[in-house]
Design a binder for this molecule. Structure first.
Ligand code: HEM
Ligand code: HEM
Length: 144
């Protein structure tokens, strides 16, 4: 598995541990004020990063590494800026709007970069090593 994919899954686990602990506290106390934070930690952190990590794992060397790492950085930084501000908002206080909006834009950018990575992977020509193999070898590998 590529380092990029491992980074996505590693971060996803950190988010889901936080989200699940939050869910347990919400269930135990009956206080669901921060439900929106719980939802987005789990869906933007665990589900989205996990899905992307699976994509980069399957794509392997065909995935554009720089776009992939930019995707990773934008989504995580966006989450780390946006989610605390969302908590502040749900607690009835005024969030720091430039930080909140920057976080949302970075999350959006993260998804756009992911879309770009998917397209670049799909349209990328086969690796040089694969092209150099005899056709029968490539066919055998594809069938395996
Ligand atoms: C042990 C783990 C978890 C616990 C104890 C837990 C607990 C809760 C609680 C107490 C609520 C509030 C329900 C309400 O106010 O109506 C909630 C909502 C929600 N949780 Fe979790 N949660 C857990 C894991 C997860 C995970 C892993 C995900 C996503 C991958 C998730 C997604 C959601 C969503 C989308 C809602 C909003 C549902 C709605 O508004 O109808 N939860 N959770
Ligand atoms: C920058 C990105 C995002 C922003 C700014 C955003 C914003 C919001 C807002 C304002 C709400 C309504 C909250 C409320 O009524 O309490 C909401 C709800 C929700 N969002 Fe997002 N969202 C984002 C990304 C996502 C993504 C990527 C997912 C799923 C993968 C998601 C899943 C949900 C769900 C399930 C709810 C309903 C939660 C509930 O029942 O309380 N959101 N979101």
């Amino acid at each position: 598995m590529s380092r990029l994919s491992t980074a996505f899954f590693g971060a996803a686990v950190l988010y889901v541990l936080t989200g699940v602990v939050m869910g347990l506290v919400m269930g135990a106390t009956g206080n669901h004020t921060l439900k929106g934070v719980h939802v987005h930690i789990n869906l933007l952190g665990w589900a989205s990063l996990g899905l992307m990590g699976a994509f980069y794992g399957i794509a392997g060397d065909k995935a554009p590494a720089k776009v992939g790492w930019a995707n990773f950085a934008a989504l995580n930084l966006g989450n780390l800026l946006m989610l605390p501000m969302l908590a502040v908002l749900l607690l009835g206080r005024q969030p720091i709007m430039p930080v909140f909006i920057a976080g949302q834009m970075l999350v959006l950018l993260g998804f756009l970069l992911f879309g770009a990575a998917v397209l670049m992977t799909g349209f990328r020509k086969p690796a040089v090593a694969e092209q150099a193999q005899p056709a029968s070898f490539v066919e055998t590998r594809k069938a395996a």
